[in-house]
Design a protein around this ligand. Structure first.
Ligand code: MG
Length: 191
């Protein structure tokens, strides 16, 4: 029932924010990965708070830990912004992930117990915690109709990761499902 309601909400919001979504798609380079964007780039854009999605952005779908190559990126990001200004906002707040973050990246908060994206609740919670306005946040996400839509609704800028981590050999069914979703959700907004 919650999933059904969330799908209906997504469709309604997709129509309302279609221009903003099209802007995201058309202004995002293909094959964009998080590790290619030095954290300083965000700082230079005036970003104060970094909000990271997990699946696809930090690791392949369902993985418990961020990809090893991203560890230096995460450390740089935390050093630059301060751990209190770095958040993980995933629709899968697995306890193994939260424990790993608490152990290796103390101070970084993993937002749980909020309505899943595309509901803007997680982003609004981060604004309430940090006291920062929407435009000072940056959501980094690989999904247009979950993270992208939440960002549009909350008026938060988004960095759209167009080349997410995928491990087809480990979870072929799940990964193919999400590859199809990512392709289809982009389709109405591609030129
Ligand atoms: Mg994702």
């Amino acid at each position: 029932m919650a999933l059904f309601k969330r799908i209906l909400f997504s469709l309604r919001m997709m129509r309302r924010y279609r221009h903003a979504l099209a802007n995201i798609v058309q202004n995002s380079p293909r094959n964009r990965q998080l590790c290619q964007i030095p954290p300083i780039t965000f700082k230079e854009q005036g970003v104060a708070v970094i909000v990271l999605d997990f699946d696809g952005v930090l690791a392949a779908h369902g993985e418990p830990y961020p990809a090893p190559e991203l560890r230096p990126w995460l450390r740089d990001c935390i050093a630059l912004f301060g751990p209190e200004q770095v958040f993980v906002l995933s629709n899968k707040p697995l306890s193994i992930r939260i424990e790993d973050f608490n152990r290796h990246y103390p101070g970084v908060r993993y937002i749980a117990e909020v309505k899943k994206k595309p509901y803007p609740d997680g982003l609004q919670k981060i604004m309430a915690i940090t006291g920062q306005p929407a435009q000072a946040l940056m959501l980094v996400d690989d999904r247009l109709l979950t993270g992208g839509l939440a960002a549009c609704i909350a008026n938060v800028p988004m960095t759209y990761i167009t080349r997410p981590y995928v491990r087809l050999s480990k979870r072929p069914v799940q990964e193919l499902f999400f590859m199809t979703l990512r392709f289809l959700e982009r389709l109405p907004f591609s030129v």
